[in-house]
Design a protein around this ligand. Structure first.
Ligand code: GDP
Length: 177
């Protein structure tokens, strides 16, 4: 059900997670740019944006939360995950450590997230070919193992960003409808 004032058929809360500086904020601004407003919540340090998309004949409003840097302080709380139907788990293909940390993020998702939460694994910064430290196959293997959707993106070049979000939203829709 859609509880927002302007018309839509569904409202889905989704969250962005992953290490600092992997590109979460830039992925969000890429996706949300057209129809977007960014709400600052300085008191709790969370920002989110909306974007409407059409899935079949329904209008789905995705409310996408960004950590606003909280992950640096290990301060993401259960309220961040509460009610989230989807999560975009982002690492940086040029920093191996951000890939290794995915285990920690998956653990946290399973602890705080909804049981049926749709997870899309995203290897961002695919434009930085010369700096790559994580092979595409590594991402694919992990996704297969953990039963996640997977995509490499570039927020900079606008590669696969739309696809990654739409995949998440469509998957949620299939479960929710
Ligand atoms: P966050 O901390 O995860 O929200 O990461 P940001 O969105 O703030 O991005 C961190 C840095 O990575 C910034 O300097 C961005 O300009 C850069 N960045 C983000 N996405 C990309 C990308 O796809 N390609 C490249 N080359 N740089 C990116």
């Amino acid at each position: 059900p859609c509880v927002d004032e302007d018309s839509c058929d569904y409202l889905f809360k989704t969250v962005l997670i992953g290490d600092s500086a992997v590109g979460k904020t830039n992925l969000l601004s890429r996706f949300a740019k057209d129809e977007f407003y960014l709400d600052s919540k300085p008191t709790i340090g969370v920002e989110f944006a909306y974007r409407n998309t059409k899935v079949g004949d329904k209008i789905v409003k995705a409310q996408i939360w960004d950590t606003a840097g909280q992950e640096r302080f290990r301060a993401i709380t259960s309220s961040y995950y509460r009610g989230a139907l989807g999560a975009m788990l982002v690492y940086d293909i040029t920093r191996r450590g951000t890939f290794e940390n995915l285990k920690k993020w998956l653990h946290e998702l399973r602890e705080f997230g909804d049981r049926d939460i749709v997870i899309v694994l995203v290897g961002n910064k695919s434009d930085l070919v010369d700096l790559r430290e994580v092979d595409v196959e590594d991402g694919q293997k992990l996704a297969q193992l953990e039963n996640l959707c997977f995509m490499e993106t570039s927020a900079k070049d606008n590669m696969n960003v739309e696809d990654a979000f739409l995949q998440m939203i469509t998957k949620i829709y299939e479960i929710a409808s």
